[in-house]
Design a protein around this ligand. Sequence first.
Ligand code: NAG
Length: 273
Amino acid sequence: MACSTSSSLVSRMFIMSTLLVAALAGNFFQDFDITWGDGRGKILNNGQLLTLSLDKASGSGFQSKKEYLFGKIDMQLKLVPGNSAGTVTAYYLSSQGPTHDEIDFEFLGNLSGDPYILHTNVFSQGKGNREQQFYLWFDPTADFHTYSILWNPQRIIFSVDGTPIREFKNSESLGVPFPKNQPMRIYSSLWNADDWATRGGLVKTDWTHAPFTASYRNFASASKNSGWFSQQLDSTSQGRMKWVQKNYMIYNYCADSKRFPQGLPQECATTNL
Ligand SMILES: *[C@@H]1O[C@H](CO)[C@@H](O)[C@H](O)[C@H]1NC(C)=O
């Protein structure tokens, strides 16, 4: 009797701890809606995996159920493998309306063996034009890698596998608007952009390789008491970001003086480079 009671207690505790772990790990059914693509976006494995696909007729996309006003958001992505030229996988935070804020990761596909470009941008109050682009130091199609956005009132930090690649600081003191009033949703989509994505539009999508598929897992959004709300880059992280920017950055709007003949945007004065 005592024995069966304690074993049912143990199994109940086991079930509860399993539920708790599942809640912390996130579940795509619980956290996201597939919003378009007519069945090309799928949630699989009891909510642990999400896939988007693209064929000649359509791409697909999803968005978070929740809105976030600041956040530390991690997602693991495995990008379209093989010949992904012409395809773009966008993964971003955005608010709505003409003066929206937005924090973007976009992955521009390529021919087999040629490097993806990771394109980043930040919009505040409807204004973007803050592109930075990178190659990656690994093949992003061979396995899942973690892409993170830390957004607090002082800074936005883009990271890849825990290595910061870009920091956009709050430069309101210089008159530059910073996203801090408009809640954002998480969005992702896989679509055809062969008019510009690969080598500036020179390489077109090869539809004989369709459908193209990108996969997502291990979504996590940190709770507010975990320190990220006031987090900044320590000197080790700054060193790693410098390493990425020195070796893998291929475009930086803050270094493009031809594009801004009137002078570089104000916030470029505070960009760590
Ligand atoms: C694709 O590969 C070419 C050749 O290596 C490279 O110039 C280009 O930056 C790569 N990425 C994209 C998205 O075009």
